[in-house]
Design a protein around this ligand. Structure first.
Ligand SMILES: Cc1cc2nc3c(=O)[nH]c(=O)nc-3n(C[C@H](O)[C@H](O)[C@H](O)COP(=O)(O)OP(=O)(O)OC[C@H]3O[C@@H](n4cnc5c(N)ncnc54)[C@H](O)[C@@H]3O)c2cc1C
Length: 428
């Protein structure tokens, strides 16, 4: 789990900042270290919420960036809770570890003193609200549609807790990199919070267009073509966009299911997987305005290692990024492409509209061998059906989490150098 690994690395770096500067373990060190980690992880979480374009390549795409956002958010909540528990157990911990007056908060007078008292009082209710919002995010009790409005309250809580941290931090921190780093992250987190509260996040990557065609291609898949004209900045195969068909409903991520051919026409294949997507065939009609934010994502199935066998695995609607990659190969047929074994898992090949398109494309691409696994005919894809014949293998996967897990763990048993790239069709 790269995102957890990244979070832990951040954790160690931040913790070292405080621990090395303290003479020894004390109640105050425990209190300030936990507070320091909590507010810094909250700041990093807020910064990641702004979908920073510059970090997307580094973090492997927006879907991975959101996974890191989730983990830094979880760590922030854990340290905030620890900070509160340490504060609750102050007498016991002071008796156990002693006290370090140099880590006490600064003594202000006048306005700053009353602000400091206010910030201290706001710490606890801020924590309760934060924990409540983190728990409902992780438990998914609340449907996505309502959850995303609740999630927007977090920047407000962050601003309160940032003031709490700034006013209660030990004075001596402000003469050391510890305080400077915290201040820098809080400035970043504050800007990110204000951007979120004013709806600025992603605004400079939004493009308006028109829905050109809506066609139901099967009982639960709808093909939507959007005309973005010259406004669309172009996209790589495998990327997705945050698509807003209805402002109240908000944006949903859908893969750009066609390669960029400079026509400004973008195609999406949308499966009825939930409340909104079930309504699309009825609600959406041509001529309606649409807003696209993006493109996002760094899932590029044609970006495999040289001299490694390339295996593409798509489950159901997870075929969409691969349709774009196949089209892109056709458009760039003058370029050399690696041979690919494309495994497509479907539940009923007979009426699967994706299969028709897939066969049309792969028939024109001799480097791509297509394998269909139809669960209705009892054909289930397992690692030994992937037809691996090389010691270096790149797997590009988009589909159900369970299948990804099964294939990844089985492949890890084999003595091969494996790179398993996965596009996650889930943000939360
Ligand atoms: C990177 C990416 C690419 C995707 N590409 C496609 C595609 O090409 N075709 C396709 O059919 N589906 C695609 N999806 C899935 C699609 O976004 C969800 O199925 C859709 O948002 C569900 O909305 P709903 O209201 O119908 O579902 P709900 O019943 O509200 O939710 C079902 C699940 O969908 C997710 N979801 C719901 N609303 C949103 C939202 N606004 N933003 C993010 N996730 C949400 C939630 O995790 C939720 O658990 C993709 C998802 C991601 C993350």
């Amino acid at each position: 789990m790269p995102n957890l690994r990244t979070s832990v690395t951040l954790l160690l770096l931040l913790a070292a900042q405080v621990s090395f500067l303290a003479p020894g373990l004390s109640y105050e060190l425990l209190l300030t270290l936990s507070g320091y980690l909590a507010i810094n992880f909250m700041s990093i979480t807020m910064l990641l919420a702004t979908r920073p374009a510059r970090l997307e390549s580094l973090l492997g795409g927006l879907d991975s960036m959101y996974q890191l956002h989730k983990w830094t958010g979880i760590l922030a909540a854990i340290f905030a809770l620890t900070h509160w528990l340490i504060e609750m157990a102050d007498d016991g911990l002071e008796a156990l570890f002693g006290s370090d007056r140099s880590l006490k908060e600064a003594h202000f007078s006048g306005l700053l003193d009353s602000l400091q008292d206010g910030a201290e009082d706001l710490g606890e209710p801020g924590l309760y609200l934060l924990l409540f919002l983190v728990v409902i995010t992780l438990t998914r009790w609340v449907p996505y549609y309502y959850w995303r409005y609740l999630h927007r309250v977090i920047p407000l809580i962050y601003l309160v807790l940032a003031v709490h941290a700034m006013l209660l931090a030990p004075l001596k921190w402000w003469q050391q990199p510890t305080g400077w780093l915290m201040a820098l992250l809080i400035v970043g987190g504050t800007v990110a919070s204000l951007q979120s509260l004013t709806g600025q996040i992603g605004r400079n990557r939004r493009y308006k267009g028109l829905v050109q065609a809506v066609k139901q291609t099967s009982a639960n898949i709808t093909e939507v073509v959007c005309d973005m004209g010259r406004r669309w900045p172009g996209h790589q195969a495998g990327q997705f966009a945050l698509v807003t068909f209805d402002r109240i409903e908000g944006a949903h991520p859908f893969s750009l299911a066609g390669a960029d051919n400079d026509s400004g026409q973008l195609i999406f294949h949308i499966k009825a997987l939930g409340d909104f997507t079930r309504k699309i065939p009825r609600k959406l009609h041509s001529g309606q305005t649409v807003t696209l934010e993006g493109p996002y994502g760094r899932f590029d199935p044609d970006n495999g290692r040289k001299n490694a066998q390339q295996i593409w695995v798509a489950g159901g609607i997870g075929i969409t990024p691969f349709l774009a990659a196949l089209e892109s190969r056709l458009i760039n047929s003058d370029q050399k492409h690696a041979a690919v074994k494309l495994h497509y898992c479907t539940a009923g090949a007979v009426d699967d509209p994706m299969l028709t398109r897939l066969q049309q494309l792969t028939e024109q691409l001799p480097d791509v061998s297509l394998y269909i696994h139809d669960s209705l005919r009892g054909q289930r894809l397992t690692a030994n059906k992937l037809q691996i014949h090389d010691s270096r293998v790149d797997v590009w996967f988009c589909g159900p989490q369970g299948l990804a897990k099964a294939l990844r763990s089985a492949l890890k048993q084999q003595s091969i150098s494996l790179r398993f790239h996965q596009e996650v069709f889930e943000f939360r």
